[in-house]
Design a protein around this ligand. Structure first.
Ligand code: MN
Ligand code: MN
Length: 471
């Protein structure tokens, strides 16, 4: 007996020494920590409500940056350690910087997230009337399950640039007194044929038509009187004609606000948490820097990630490189030297294990709710295609950094091998010869109109990004 007990304790001792110390429970927060995390998430929820589009996220970011003493970057100006600056790219992306003590020769620490989210964009000629009902036609943006976007209240956000080049900002559907909009779905009683469609076509792209009115223009007879009445209302409210919609960016997004989820209020439910959860936590990490960092800290909030990062506001473009080049010049440093010595956390969400759909995730490598930020060495699909795959060296550096600072973190892999896959902006930074790895918050119902995160993961992300740029 005694011998056996001995053996047991020996195996226990060996396991403790040799196995991954993966706790079987989520990180338990002390009362003080929990209070801080909850409080942090109140600010985050507010940001979610005010920043439902990339343009609005930029406006919110600028407001916060100015409040914290950041000023707009001036080309040619010399900056010194501790200086705080930001620059905006075409109202849709922001780069914010705190100049570090070391020369830019030793590189910068970059946190890169995206502020665009899946949504329904209005087409260039959206307005039509059918059977005396008025509609807007849409073209969805990013990867959505189309059926999820029917029968939910929608708000319209965006900008209309008129033919005189003046801008009209639009936000309708957020105020309690505003009307909202909706895409109708078929009643189950008549859905027999619809049910036979494959789920990806349960609602087709051309069926994502937004109901916007039904009362006709009364003073006359003729065709398209409902459309005419809507156009009159739009003209009254925004001073626009139908042609102005040709040069507009109007985005339909869920009209509801971020809410706590659960009796214990442990989750946040909201539209657009991919990836505003990382936008907010990286920005806050920069705003809350307690001392001047050794290396210059750079936070990038970018656009167009959800459709492949193309375009001049996405990270495939040269806007970040050009800015870093300008910055390097202020210290007579070669851009290639700055880039080659830089490090980046590509801050984006990852899938959280969903017990209702366990089959898509591989239990050992997926991320779990409440286990902290997910450190993802590679994304991609079909044999790691389309990922920058962080090096063992850089992965070790980040895991040590998180361990040394008691950050709750875990691994994350988006689904089983060959189950699907995805990418982030990581590769566009890595392609600039920057050491890059993905770090982000696990999400349930990703890309749905109401995504779920765990408050404690949001807070750990904020802490993780903080220790990375404090270095
Ligand atoms: Mn994302
Ligand atoms: Mn996404």
């Amino acid at each position: 007996m005694a011998n056996q007990e001995n053996k047991k304790s020996k195996s226990k001792e060996l396991k403790e020494r040799l196995f991954i110390k993966r706790k079987n429970t989520a990180k338990i927060f002390t009362e003080t920590e929990q209070k801080k995390a909850n409080q942090f998430c109140e600010g985050y929820k507010n940001f979610l409500d005010l920043a439902k589009t990339e343009r609005e996220a930029v406006v919110q970011a600028i407001t916060e940056l100015k409040k914290a003493g950041f000023s707009e970057y001036e080309a040619g100006k010399k900056y010194k350690a501790g200086n705080k600056l930001y620059t905006v790219n075409r109202s849709k992306s922001v780069i914010a910087v705190v100049i570090g003590k070391e020369s830019l020769e030793s590189g910068v620490n970059i946190l890169a997230s995206h502020i665009d989210s899946p949504r329904l964009d209005l087409k260039q000629r959206p307005l039509y009337e059918d059977s005396e009902l008025a509609y807007f036609k849409t073209h969805y943006y990013g990867g959505i399950k189309k059926y999820q976007w029917t029968a939910v209240p929608l708000a319209l956000h965006g900008v209309i640039i008129k033919s005189d080049l003046s801008a009209v900002n639009v936000t309708i559907g957020e105020d309690e007194a505003d009307p909202v909009f909706v895409i109708t779905d078929l009643l189950p009683h008549l859905a027999e044929e619809q049910y036979k469609r494959p789920a990806s076509k349960l609602i087709k792209g051309e069926e994502l038509n937004i109901l916007i009115g039904s009362r006709p223009f009364k003073e006359d007879e003729g065709s398209e009187l409902v459309k005419l009445n809507i156009m009159m209302l739009l003209n009254e409210k925004y001073g626009i004609t139908e042609a102005d919609l040709l040069s507009a960016e109007l985005e339909a997004v869920p009209a509801y606000k971020a809410r706590d989820i659960g009796f214990d209020r442990s989750f946040i439910g909201s539209y657009g948490q991919d990836d505003r959860v990382c936008a907010y936590t990286t920005l806050k990490a920069l705003l809350d820097l307690k001392k001047i960092p050794k290396k210059t800290a750079v936070v990038v909030l970018t656009d167009k990630e959800e459709i492949g990062s193309d375009g001049n506001t996405g990270l495939k473009s040269a806007y970040l490189k050009f800015f870093l080049s300008d910055l390097a010049e202020t210290q007579n440093v070669a851009l290639r030297t700055l880039l080659s010595n830089s490090k980046c956390l590509s801050a984006d969400v990852n899938v959280a294990f969903d017990p209702t759909f366990p089959d898509v995730s591989e239990k050992l490598n997926t991320a779990y709710m409440n286990y902290g930020v997910a450190l993802t060495k590679y994304t991609g699909s079909r044999g790691k295609a389309g990922t920058s795959d962080a090096s063992a060296e850089f992965t070790a550096e980040i895991r040590k950094l998180f361990d040394d600072n008691k950050i709750a973190w875990q691994t994350g892999e988006l689904g089983k091998v060959d189950m699907g896959g995805s990418g982030t902006v990581a590769k566009y930074l890595a392609n600039l010869n920057i050491d890059t790895i993905d770090v982000g918050v696990p999400v349930l119902s990703m890309h749905a109109p109401f995504e779920v995160t765990a408050k404690n993961d949001v807070y750990e992300a904020y802490r993780a990004f903080g220790v990375f740029i404090e270095k």
